[in-house]
Design a binder for this molecule. Structure first.
Ligand code: 5GP
Length: 139
């Protein structure tokens, strides 16, 4: 069964489109976390950022950058969050790669705050973890 973004791309479900080319669309997120919250989505289906070819990631990110710039210059945002959730454990609810571009305003709209909580790193073997990731990048 098609995911919701494939159905939007195919015109089966309406959306507020802010950008479209051969490879990418950008639409307003139905939830509008803040006013102007936009999703940038490759037309070809990839489950997440992690499984999307780099060339397509580049196209999506270039459009996300332009939309972020427009949110500041046109909507009056003072900052922008650009994020992508990969996997259910990370909060991904639609299994089709997409990047959120969320304008942030000073005062007024609350939006959200990403809390990065520290854990007790004394229990972690940080050199070993760093080596495991570094070794994986060599393959
Ligand atoms: P995720 O949770 O996967 O990172 O983000 C999925 C996003 O898609 C959510 O912010 C949600 O509001 C949005 N969304 C889900 N269904 C629709 C829809 O039918 N139309 C639009 N425009 N956005 C949707």
């Amino acid at each position: 069964m098609k995911d919701i973004f494939c159905r939007i791309i195919d015109g089966e479900i309406p959306s507020q489109r802010v950008y479209e080319d051969d490879d990418v669309i950008a639409i307003l997120d139905i939830s509008q976390t803040t006013t102007g919250h936009t999703l940038v989505i490759p037309k070809k289906h990839y489950e997440s950022f992690l499984t999307c070819p780099a060339e397509t990631v580049n196209k999506v990110m270039m459009i996300a950058q332009r939309i972020g710039q427009a949110e500041i210059s046109i909507l009056g945002a003072k900052g922008v969050n650009i994020l992508t959730n990969c996997g259910e454990a990370a909060g991904q609810s639609v299994p089709h790669f997409h990047v959120h571009v969320i304008p942030r305003y000073v005062g007024g709209e609350g939006g959200f705050r990403i809390e990065m909580q520290s854990q007790d790193t004394s229990k972690l073997n940080l050199p070993m973890i760093a080596k495991e990731i570094a070794d994986a990048l060599k393959d």
